[in-house]
Design a protein around this ligand. Structure first.
Ligand SMILES: *Cc1c(COP(=O)(O)O)cnc(C)c1O
Length: 379
């Protein structure tokens, strides 16, 4: 059996007609930059994320960059973040000349360890970027308390977490100063290409972001500030508006798949026998509601690479998020970090592997994945 990590064809085939109709409509109107479709998506995503404003941008990377630019993050500033994330999180900080200050992860959720953040705050700290990794919110209450106490902005990297909820039901992107989404095709809400959005409740910041995404020109050709070309394509917005109404259904399917994996893995005893660690959904309401949106279903496995080779041989797609922690990336050597600085993040990079969890996955495929993982572990 063949089980890919992600099957976009299965996602797009049932809605193909609607996607094509949206694309034809944009083609017929011949306006490809911003416009009504982008505005519509901005209000839809803002509402979905429990925020007042959305500003469509060119990618999740540019959402982070523009958000930090709107906060005037620059050389001499420090921004606290996690060493376990996609490179864009730290890239946005460094591209502005600011210094990333890493805080190790909580080994249970893989998100930044909120208990260690305050010790990293200095007079130069300007912002905190918690990443809601794999689709589960970072522990926002203590993070927001530290930020308020020290006058720091909080930029949520919610690229993997659209619709995910914190323990009190607040949605990813709505809790900090700004929230950043990515519509990269593999995210839970993915376009047919690149796209992103910044959401916020702060009207001034929203207006500022709208100026920054058009090179900082307002009015056009008059520049008080240096921005970039951070616009979201009309075509992507039109496509994303077709897909957004399905997002809750897709999320529910991901959550059901996670439950099935958990029960299959528990039954087979992989935790006790092979030291496997299943994902921990930290936020439940009355023990029922389940707010992890499983952009990725990630297990920790000793001898991960051998298991991965076996799964590949048996047709099961996997991926490693991420093989190198940010503090050990080659381009950041000047920060002076070395192996051992953030042991939990380093361990996660050694042990974690993502299994297929996309909505259209069927039960047979899941049984096959669980069975194959068991075989691979048993050697
Ligand atoms: C995908 C992702 C980004 C970047 O989004 P792009 O749209 O690919 O630029 C940033 N942060 C995290 C955590 C991501 O997963």
């Amino acid at each position: 059996m063949n089980v890919p990590l992600l099957d976009l064809k299965a996602q797009h085939e049932p809605i193909r007609k609607d996607l094509l109709a949206a694309m034809e409509r944009v083609l017929a109107q011949n306006n490809f930059i911003l416009g009504q479709d982008v505005k519509a998506l901005e209000s839809q995503v803002a509402a979905y994320s429990q925020t007042r404003f959305g500003v469509g941008v060119s990618s999740g990377t540019d959402a982070l960059l523009a958000a930090l630019m709107a906060l005037d993050v620059k050389a001499g500033d420090e921004v606290i973040t996690t060493p376990l994330s996609f490179f864009a999180t730290v890239g946005a900080i460094v591209r502005l000349g600011a210094t990333p200050v890493f805080v190790d992860i909580d080994p249970v959720t893989y998100n930044i360890d909120a208990n260690r953040i305050e010790a990293a705050v200095t007079p130069r700290t300007k912002a905190i970027i918690p990443v809601h990794l794999y689709g589960q919110c970072a522990d926002m209450t203590p993070i927001l308390e530290i930020a308020a106490k020290h006058g720091l902005a909080v930029v949520e990297d919610a690229a993997q977490a659209i619709g995910s909820e914190y323990r009190d039901g607040r949605r990813a992107g709505s809790m900090g100063t700004m929230g950043c989404f990515s519509f990269f095709p593999s995210k839970n809400l993915g376009g047919l290409g690149d796209g992103g959005m910044v959401v916020t409740n702060d009207e001034t910041l929203a207006e500022w972001l709208q100026v920054l995404r058009v090179q900082g020109g307002k009015p056009k050709y008059y520049h008080r500030v240096i921005g970039g070309n951070f616009r979201l394509d009309t075509l992507q917005a039109a496509v994303l508006s077709v897909k957004l109404p399905y997002l809750d259904r897709w999320t529910k399917l991901r959550q059901q798949h996670a439950e099935l994996y958990e029960s299959l893995f528990r039954q087979s005893g992989v935790e006790a026998t092979f030291g496997v660690r299943l994902p921990h959904a930290a936020y439940k309401q009355n023990g029922v509601a389940h707010y992890h949106i499983y952009n990725q279903f990630v297990i920790a496995v000793p001898k991960r690479d051998a298991l991965r080779d076996y799964l590949k041989e048996k047709g099961v797609g996997t991926e490693i998020y991420y093989p190198v922690p940010l503090h050990l990336q080659e381009c950041l050597v000047s920060l002076g970090h070395r192996a051992g600085d953030f042991p939990e993040a380093e361990r996660a990079c050694r042990d974690l592997v993502a299994l297929p969890i996309y909505p259209e996955l069927n039960e047979d495929q899941q049984h096959y994945v669980a069975q194959t993982v068991l075989e691979g572990l048993a050697g």
